[in-house]
Design a protein around this ligand. Sequence first.
Ligand SMILES: [Zn+2]
Length: 130
Amino acid sequence: MLSAYGLTLVLTRGYESRGSVIRIAHRLARVVGMTVFCIVYLHRSSESRAIFSPNGHDRSGDCIDVSIAYDGSALTLLPFGVFTPLWLIKRIRRAYHRELALAWSALEAAGFIIHGNVTEAMQIHCEVRS
Ligand SMILES: [Zn+2]
């Protein structure tokens, strides 16, 4: 469905098993990241839990992050990662409106729910609908 538009979805994050080095590193990074995020974006501190929680990646493979490649090149949807400011996210969403709409629609058609937080949606965090 997406290949007709030159788009490919690339799995960037999936299940992270308990006790793995990656999981421990992510836990540490989440604590540091959440603290820095709340300092930098005081007005967005209510989003910190949605952005920095494991979001189910530690629970099962039903939660994944994907990126979008257009003609083989990855689209940069969050140039500063989760620290990308909202004004820039809105600009990127407008620039890639078509690609995002197609990707989100394809994922929803395949049974996934896109995360409701704007940053997580740009990270294309999605979960299998239960
Ligand atoms: Zn995720």
